[in-house]
Design a protein. Structure first.
Length: 419
């Protein structure tokens, strides 16, 4: 089996919000405020799912810190569309730019309310961030309960805010992960899939803003925790892989995973056997071999299909029989370097040119399918002819290798051999 990983940054959509009015706090402050145009926002929202166009961002909260103010100049005021479907967002009352302040720092996040994720902001003049966020880990429906999350930061001078129009660019704070699979060029093989999972991803993380590091996406700095989690989909019925490929996690069923940006790479010499906490993609599948003729010269259990006979290559049960309903777990280790606002598409290839069907993973824990699942073969100490397989060994005799194709949402491509 081989794997291709693709991540794409989507282009930005302009959302002009001409009347995002911000409110002042007291009569004393009014005396220090230039009574000109109200502060408004010109907003841009980069695309992702489900926030794909301006109307999808139904509300967001705004924070601002003006130099010399003890408290936040704006403290979590919610902006909503002026009218339904409008790209103009308004606040309950109006704020004006203080006459003695040259620049103001703005932060915003959304969506809020029932459309937003359950995350707690901690934004003050001294530090800006959010309390730990943990996407729901589901082994059956993937990311159907995951929600998008966008944030914005801007340090704006009075000169840059022409007509008091403050530019804000919202970026997606999480990353998307999808998994596709296809069958390679070996026409003598068939592969049926019953489920797929991303294993051992970091389960939670905290997001803060760092305006000192220009290399960060919109100044976002994620710190992932140590707890690990798995995310994936159990298919209602088996799916036969085709040369064109099928989507196992994500796509039209909205099971796209919205996960914590994070990095994990296997060190030199590490394998899934020596580092079982490393990340990998696990697939529940069955592999069959098709041979000409209605009988197999060497004997063994087969099923006749027209002028051909079919073997069950994987999983291998103890008595060697062909059981149409049986499946086994296989996997391919992956290096992770997930950035916020990126979409990563892993393309698995089974039985291709030089690729097999993966390696044996560690035994899955509770919550994973177990009916009609054949465990990894273990050598019988009382039977010298029995065959055992260890974690990390190929499930077929074919060699296994895979590459990672990294595509930004522009046209650049990078190929990195991984195994």
């Amino acid at each position: 089996m081989s794997v291709q990983s693709k991540f794409v940054p989507k282009s930005c959509i302009a959302v002009t919000s001409m009347a995002l009015m911000l409110a002042s706090c007291s009569n004393d402050e009014v005396q220090e405020i230039y009574q000109g145009n109200e502060i408004a926002f010109s907003s841009r929202v980069s695309r992702a799912i489900p926030i794909e166009k301006p109307a999808d961002l139904k509300s967001f909260k705004v924070y601002a810190d003006a130099k010399g103010y003890t408290d936040m100049f704006i403290n979590g005021v919610e902006a909503t569309p002026e009218t339904e479907g409008s790209s103009t967002y308004v606040l309950p009352t109006s704020y004006y730019w203080p006459a003695d302040v040259e620049s103001i720092r703005f932060w915003a996040y959304g969506p809020t309310g029932t459309d937003g994720i359950n995350i707690t902001p901690n934004i003050t003049a001294d530090g800006q961030g959010f309390e730990a966020y943990k996407p729901v880990s589901d082994l059956k429906i993937g990311g159907k309960n995951h929600k998008d999350f966008v944030v914005a930061y801007a340090n704006v001078s009075r000169k840059e805010a022409t007509g008091m129009l403050v530019p804000l660019t919202f970026n997606h704070a999480l990353c998307q992960v999808l998994v596709n699979a296809k069958k390679g060029t070996d026409e003598s093989k068939r592969v049926y899939v019953k489920g797929a999972w991303i294993m051992n991803a970091k389960a939670s993380g905290t997001l803060s803003f760092n305006d000192q590091d220009a290399t960060l996406t919109n100044h976002m700095l994620w710190s992932a925790g140590t707890e690990l989690a798995s995310y994936g989909v159990e298919l209602n019925s088996e799916t036969m892989l085709t040369h064109a490929g099928v989507t196992l996690i994500g796509g039209s069923d909205d099971s796209n995973l919205m996960l914590i940006p994070q990095e994990y790479k296997y060190s030199e010499g590490e394998t899934i056997k020596t580092k079982e906490t490393g990340a990998y993609i696990m697939v529940l599948c069955r592999v069959e071999a098709i041979h000409p003729g209605t009988t197999h010269p060497g004997g063994g259990s087969t099923v006749v299909e027209g002028s051909n006979h079919v073997h069950q290559l994987f999983p291998v049960n103890k008595d060697g029989t062909f059981v149409k309903e049986e499946y086994g777990y296989t996997c391919v280790p992956i290096d992770i370097d997930w950035k916020p606002g990126m979409k990563y598409v892993y393309n698995l290839e089974f039985c291709g040119n030089g690729s097999g069907a993966g390696v044996y993973p560690p035994k899955p824990g509770t919550g994973f399918p177990s009916d009609n699942v054949v465990d990894r073969p273990v050598k019988d100490p009382d039977d010298e002819d029995s065959v055992g397989k260890d974690v990390g060994e190929p499930v077929l005799d074919d060699p296994i290798r895979f590459t990672v194709d990294v595509d930004k949402w522009t046209d650049s491509t990078q190929n990195t051999p991984m195994q």
